[in-house]
Write a protein that binds this ligand. Sequence first.
Ligand SMILES: *Cc1c(COP(=O)(O)O)cnc(C)c1O
Ligand SMILES: [Zn+2]
Length: 398
Amino acid sequence: MKLHCIRCELAYGSDQIRYTCDCGGLLEIRREVRGHRAVFDERRANSRKPIDQSGVWRFREGVLNVDEAQIVTHPEGATRLYERDGIFFKHEGENPTGSFKDRGMTVAVTQAVRLGARAIACASTGNTSASLAAYAAQAGLRAVVFVPSGKISGGKLAQTLAYGATCLQVRGDFDAAMHLVREACDQLNIYLVNSINPFRIEGQKTIVWELLQDLEWDAPDWIVLPAGNLGNTSAFGKALREAYEAGWINRMPRLAAIQAAGANPFFLGYRESFEARHRVTAETVASAIRIGDPVSWDRAVASIRDTNGIVEQVTDEELMDAKRTIDRMGIGCEPASATTLAGVRKLRAAGTIGANERIVCVLTGNVLKDTDAILRNVPQEQIVEIDPRIEDVASALR
Ligand SMILES: *Cc1c(COP(=O)(O)O)cnc(C)c1O
Ligand SMILES: [Zn+2]
């Protein structure tokens, strides 16, 4: 297992603390993925060990070579796959801290402990910070998070503080916080666990592997996901390549990465066949993907190319409308997650996704992560203040 630069192919030992190559390129873990579907299925069905119940470590042969005793697991993953109106929804909001970030964090924090780190840090729009704080608490590490001041939801901030992290509220946007945390980790001997960290990507691959397992390894036509910092887009492509090479699936699903129109650099790049990297000043109601300069750009481009994938954008209105549909189905998700259904609607209307194709939308975060986004949009007749009198009840319900 080595860290390979995806730009110049230089390789580094996996126990070095390093996030990028000397040439500036992103690193990726390469290994031959062993492991068998039957073993994964057996662990899921019959074992009560936490590492087998974990939807990440159940696939450990493809995640990290590690002594089982060193694994820091809640356990996480093992989320449900819902089928509604002919579309599958993999609900990553059912993870321990309410977002898919736990799948990457269990691996990055396990690696941090192996490397002897004392403190870990990230820049975050709220979900990574909550996840980092929870896993740091479990592992006994100091947690430091960099968040754009005033730009993350109250629930995510409170959750991060509750688990005990030190919160640095950076006056600036996410991209400024991201630059700062990279500098801070280099200078202050803190281990960086943003998705630029290749071990995060290894954990997030299991979203795809677990949804394939949920479908009894019968690959869907499309996997649709929100795209912000592009860690997940990177992870999904890698997961599919490895699953195909290992023979777990016999055809490649296509990825559809969906951005908010106000935070769409990857969409702009896609439209020009990724000839140049784009940066934008990001603004969208979907705070989890309010990112203008995504760090995992090059890895994500490879994911789109290798899966014959596409990138689409949706407006805030379209994604909030889709969120309403997902919420009213009794499932619920945070705004960023609803870009998936909004994207499916748009891609079906354009004929890109066929009426009979099998689709899995990945819902990345829990409905309670952003209550403000809900309360700002409640129809007046749905919430009525009354005096404690039966006549008021009757008139409110009329
Ligand atoms: C982090 C996050 C995303 C974006 O994922 P990237 O890997 O940054 O592209 C989307 N939705 C939610 C809820 C998130 O927390
Ligand atoms: Zn390099």
